[in-house]
Design a protein around this ligand. Structure first.
Ligand SMILES: Cc1ncc(COP(=O)(O)O)c(C=O)c1O
Length: 392
């Protein structure tokens, strides 16, 4: 039987990035002592009040069809939350609830790009972006994030990737996998490029609540003159340890939001009703658990950076936000692929090779901070012992 061309565009090389993780899970099943830092699923619990509200809704029978992209009350709650986080004034007509940020990314690209178009994506890049862009029929075009800039975006690199086919730039700040939180001036310069070439700016801000050293989140949507072309994608997955709930949303122009409604209608006919009706509480209350999680990620970041400081063969790039950090392994004498595979087999630590995130990730491996402090401390010790065995 024949399948449609989209099936080939959905499966791609990005999936290879997970090889090491798959092997680590297998070793663990075989009884090996493996520290797994290759996946970004928070090891914290969803705040209890949110879980309780959801259970009450299910038990109360709130299990029929619900709104396609969030009801008016939920949208108003999300709009208020977004305004508090970014400073951008928006209302319910700008909000579409999606199945996680992933659903928001998919919807955003599907609504602004199509066959023959190009979407510019700074890389290293979060692994699902390629499938998302290609699903729309557009091609993903890379703009490098440079290690010598600590992976901060450079608008000139984005502009160099612009062609007459470019339709959008898709960024992520704070950034997975590098931990860079883009600076206001860099985002302003990027905004000028988008304006000059009439491009959409899709801004994935799922780590906006996970910033370190007192940094404040900067969303391009809040910068002068950018709201009309910016689509923010966000979720509760990381900030509230709710990855399994699939609560995400987009914030964009009203017309875009209307298109998202029809996409949701065709794709899923609405997120689970009892989640829609219970989750508003997450947006109206500022849960102390959210700040506690952020603070813990910062403690973990410091723990790993301190433990590996001064090492001659590996160097951690201190992240400014997100749940991830990159380690430069170019002085180890190994490629990042070899480093990750040997570290797993010989020392029992699972990190992802940076090239799985794109060519600019080559020479780096990615740590996830979503593991207990003790695991991170153990991993740092094992890495130190492992690199001491290398003959370089
Ligand atoms: C950069 C980035 N965007 C989007 C997502 C997807 O998030 P969600 O669970 O809200 O779909 C992730 C998940 O790891 C991510 O790292």
């Amino acid at each position: 039987m024949r399948y449609a061309p989209i099936v080939d565009r959905l499966a791609n090389e990005g999936a290879r990035a997970w090889e090491v993780h798959g092997r680590a899970m297998q070793l663990r099943r075989e009884g090996r002592d493996v520290v797994i830092l290759s996946i970004g699923d928070p090891d914290f619990e969803t705040p209890e009040a949110i879980t309780k509200a959801m259970v009450e809704k299910v038990q109360g029978g709130d299990t029929n069809y619900g709104w396609i992209d969030g009801g008016p009350d939920l949208k108003a709650a999300i709009a208020g939350y977004h305004t508090r986080q970014t400073g951008q004034e928006v209302g319910p007509a700008n909000i579409s609830m999606t199945l996680g940020a992933q659903g928001g990314l998919y919807g955003a690209v599907m609504c602004v790009a199509g066959d023959g178009d190009e979407v510019i994506v700074p890389q290293p890049v979060y692994v699902t972006y390629e499938s998302v862009v290609q699903a729309s029929g557009a091609a993903m075009v890379h703009a490098p994030l440079r290690a010598e800039r600590d992976f901060h975006i450079d608008a000139a690199d984005v502009e160099a990737a612009v062609t007459p086919r470019s339709r959008a730039v898709m960024i992520n700040t704070p950034h997975n996998p590098t931990g860079a939180a883009y600076r206001r001036e860099d985002l302003m310069a990027l905004g000028e490029v988008c304006k000059a070439h009439d491009l959409w700016l899709i801004s994935d801000e799922v780590y906006s609540r996970t910033l370190f050293d007192g940094r404040q989140h900067v969303s391009p949507a809040a910068l002068l003159g950018l709201a009309e072309r910016t689509i923010v994608v966000d979720s509760l997955s990381k900030s509230h340890a709710m990855t399994g709930w699939r609560v995400g949303w987009t914030v964009g122009p009203e017309e875009f939001t209307r298109h998202m409604y029809y996409l949701g209608l065709a794709l899923h006919y609405g997120p689970p009703t009892f989640i829609q009706s219970s989750v508003a509480v997450a947006f109206s209350d500022d849960f102390p658990e959210v700040e506690a999680m952020r603070a813990q990620y910062e403690i973990r970041r410091n723990l790993v950076c301190d433990a590996l400081e001064g090492n001659k063969r590996v160097r951690v790039i201190k992240p400014e936000g997100s749940c991830f950090m990159m380690m430069d392994v170019r002085d180890s004498g190994l490629s990042s692929h070899e480093f990750a595979h040997r570290l797993l087999e010989e020392a029992g630590v699972s990190l992802l090779p940076g090239e799985g995130f794109g060519p600019s990730g080559s020479g780096f491996v990615r740590f996830s901070l979503t593991a207990p402090d003790a695991d991170l401390a153990e991993a740092a010790q094992r890495i130190t012992r492992f690199v001491n065995t290398l003959n370089t």
